[in-house]
Design a protein around this ligand. Sequence first.
Ligand SMILES: [Zn+2]
Length: 149
Amino acid sequence: MKQNPKDIPVVESLRAGILTRDGFMGEDTRPFTQIIMDDAALLASAGTTPEEVADKMTELTKAGLTATGTPVDYQGFTVTVEEYMGKLGCPFRDHRAPKRNTEVVRKDGRQMAWTDLTIHLIKQHGFFQGKGSPYRLEPDRLAAFLFDK
Ligand SMILES: [Zn+2]
């Protein structure tokens, strides 16, 4: 019998092959609650918050959405958004995010990429994903990237 996704515990739905092929944990063996706490400390020492970081990421994605699939220049960043069919479920079960990738290049050549689900995980759960997860963003690097620190 197929299990209703809503009944799968968070810990399990973070693993590879449950909601997404790669999952959200990478090779990280810390409990996800510990990852959230460790990253909160990193972000605090970078002088910002998950909300602030996620809001800036949303702003950049929105800028890219003005010309999907084409690089858009915005406040010293070049943003390219690609959209795909379907949605991805949040492992914490409160949201389904459109499948959308945002690639951002700064004038100094640094670049980062994220999905809408990545933004949601940061904003709503303070979760940057486990080390080795293909979509993990290092909180201090991300803050420096977004806010030119
Ligand atoms: Zn969520």
